[in-house]
Design a protein around this ligand. Structure first.
Ligand code: HEC
Length: 284
């Protein structure tokens, strides 16, 4: 396969896994376990294939959204992929007997997506906005704006991992233990997300509530263990951004890839929104 074929292939597989994950969720919620298990095994196999689809010649180009950190931390990345694969096999073997179908789906399926995706999106957005503001104010190139950005408090906070902490604290804040007596608990609602929350509030033990965290945007639930995982990613980022250990060009590239990644995400999710840095335009 050429680099282009590999990149297109892996993107198609990720998209397919995403569609399959949604099907798994709906089948499993309707207690159609037989079909759900077939799809879970298919996802597991796809992850295995995916773990082989990141050779060195596919770091950039052809609209890949993959970040350089994948290749800098190749072993870790491959492990994550294989863990996602193993978790899907495990899910297939326990789903039928699970008391809390939604809970095991979150733990063994959705949380693996998050390990590679979500917090990144949040962080790229923060950085992107900061650089866009500097660029807009000073009317300079994006490269010079990044240079100036290095001297800001925002970069200092970022390179110390603060945005991660913010995301993690936000989650830690939504501990179900704190929502036990909230009025939401008994409110009549048709909203599936709120219904699921209410079910958890009613059925989990106090200890479980203390170890369950709710992410409002996606309605997903995290365990203390998963939050720890995020904290680990955070310390990896801090290493990437350390101007004392890495040369300036390298850090500049890392920042640029955050911005570029964010534009790509925006283009997909909000195709009408203006993108002040126009990184993608200048590349194409
Ligand atoms: C081990 C890391 C990892 C895991 C786990 C993971 N992804 Fe991804 N995902 C990636 C990377 C890296 C890309 C970018 C591939 C590229 O553009 O070359 C990607 C791309 C995507 C895309 C965009 C594909 C396209 O058309 O460009 C979607 C959608 C997606 N992932 C959804 C998911 C979902 C849903 C899950 C969980 C079921 C998941 N991913 C699990 C790393 C991961």
């Amino acid at each position: 396969m050429t680099a282009e074929e590999i990149i297109k292939n892996r993107q198609a597989l990720f998209s397919k896994n995403y569609r399959t994950a949604k099907k798994v969720k709906s089948l499993a919620s309707n207690l159609d376990f037989e079909d759900a298990v077939l799809l879970m095994n298919e996802m597991s196999e796809n992850y295995r294939v995916l773990s082989e689809l990141f050779p060195d010649n596919t770091k950039e180009g052809f609209d890949t959204e993959a970040l350089p950190i994948i290749w800098e931390e190749k072993d870790k990345f491959t492990k994550l992929m294989l863990k996602a694969s193993d978790d899907m096999t495990q899910l297939a073997s326990i789903i039928e007997d699970a008391d809390d179908v939604g809970g095991v789906l979150t733990k063994l399926m959705w949380s693996n997506c998050k390990a590679c995706h979500n917090s990144e999106e949040y962080i790229s957005q923060e950085v992107y906005v900061q650089i866009a503001i500097i660029k807009g104010k000073e009317k300079i190139s994006t490269e010079s704006a990044i240079d100036r950005y290095f001297n800001t408090n925002h970069f200092r906070d970022f390179s110390e991992g603060k945005p991660y902490f913010h995301f993690i604290d936000g989650l830690r804040d939504k501990c179900l233990g704190k929502l036990k007596n909230s009025p939401m608990r008994d409110k009549e609602t048709e909203d599936e997300t709120i219904k699921l929350l209410q079910k958890k509030l009613k059925n989990l033990t106090d200890d479980e509530l203390e170890d369950t965290y709710w992410e409002i945007e996606t309605g997903e639930f995290f365990s203390g263990e998963q939050i720890k995982e995020l904290e680990k990613n955070c310390s990896e980022l801090i290493k990437e951004l350390n101007l004392l250990n890495k040369n300036k060009k390298e850090v500049q590239k890392t920042i640029m890839s955050f911005c570029e990644n964010y534009e790509k995400l925006c283009q997909k999710k909000y195709p009408e929104a203006p993108l002040p840095l126009e990184i993608l335009k200048s590349v194409n």
